[in-house]
Design a protein around this ligand. Structure first.
Ligand code: G
Ligand code: G
Ligand code: MN
Ligand code: NA
Length: 254
């Protein structure tokens, strides 16, 4: 309850800020995209993890206002990079959207207004939703279709950790599959590596872009590349930072 009450103050006093982590395209090694992640600089507690406060904000409903701030901030930042860097800018920014936000009836309309206000092309924005958010709500599928109609891409985040359904990949208007870090962590395990291979194959056949998350070592990157992954994200290529620089290439060739 304490943290919940403090979230209101945090929004009013500007204690939140965004960090951005590169999503790298191989073999060139350029930053094809960035994922936007929120951080909270608490005046007493220091940095509080979103793993801690996002569920609280979901519960008390403040995620709608916080999520709106996150989308506006990330879209404006992406637009600024496009102006400053031109073709050297990442292709799109990927923003996490919570189940509660997605279930707001006017969410697609809100997204459209953010694009208009920031002059960001719809194709430069992707929203990340979890499979659970899509399954748990009767209106999520409708929202996804409306988002898609704007020209905004949709990524299914943390794939493989929830009630993963391959059927969902076919029926939901999904463009990007983010394969959860848990598979990448343990590629030495045959079961994990078989699933990671299956997911990149399914993605290719369904016309989805597969992104492997949580890549920390060159060995993992090499193994994922051999499986067919061409988009990787993780500490190996860069931590989430307030002001990332998009040097090319970010990655060494596999
Ligand atoms: O960045 P980090 O690993 O600390 O994030 C922890 C968790 O918080 C992850 O599940 C991530 O998806 C979530 N998260 C981070 N930033 C955002 C955000 O801007 N919006 C939402 N809804 N969740 C976020
Ligand atoms: O749930 P979601 O995938 O949005 O959350 C991404 C989280 O993973 C963020 O908190 C981010 O900081 C974290 N992260 C990104 N890359 C790595 C990595 O290589 N290793 C670890 N341990 N965490 C990572
Ligand atoms: Mn994510
Ligand atoms: Na994820």
């Amino acid at each position: 309850a304490q943290l919940g009450a403090e979230l209101r103050t945090a929004l009013d006093e500007g204690q939140f800020f965004m960090v951005y982590q590169p999503i790298v395209a191989l073999p060139e090694g350029r930053a094809a995209a960035v994922e936007a992640l929120v951080r909270w600089r608490h005046p007493q507690r220091g940095l509080v993890s979103p793993a801690e406060f996002v569920p609280v904000a979901e519960h008390n409903g403040l995620i709608v206002e916080l999520g709106a701030w996150i989308l506006r901030t990330a879209a404006a930042r992406m637009q600024a990079w496009q102006c400053e860097l031109g073709p050297a800018a990442p292709g799109y920014v990927s923003v996490n959207v919570s189940a509660r936000q997605l279930s707001e009836p006017d969410f697609p309309e809100f997204l459209a207004s953010v694009l208009a206000q920031t002059s960001l092309p719809a194709s430069s924005l992707t929203v990340e939703v979890t499979e659970t958010a899509v399954f748990d709500s009767s209106t999520a599928m409708e929202a996804l279709r409306a988002i898609k109609a704007l020209g905004v891409r949709i990524a299914l985040d943390d794939f493989g950790t929830g009630h993963s359904s391959l059927g969902l990949l076919r029926t939901a208007p999904v463009d990007v599959l983010k394969v959860d870090k848990s598979f990448v962590d343990d590629l030495a395990d045959t079961g994990h590596s078989v699933i990671a291979t299956a997911l990149v194959d399914v993605s290719a056949h369904l016309g989805l872009t597969a992104i492997a998350e949580g890549v920390e070592t060159q060995e993992q990157a090499d193994a994922l590349y051999r499986m067919g992954y061409r988009y990787l994200q993780g500490y190996l290529y860069g931590r989430p930072e307030e002001s990332p620089t998009f040097r090319t290439p970010v990655a060494s060739t596999v």
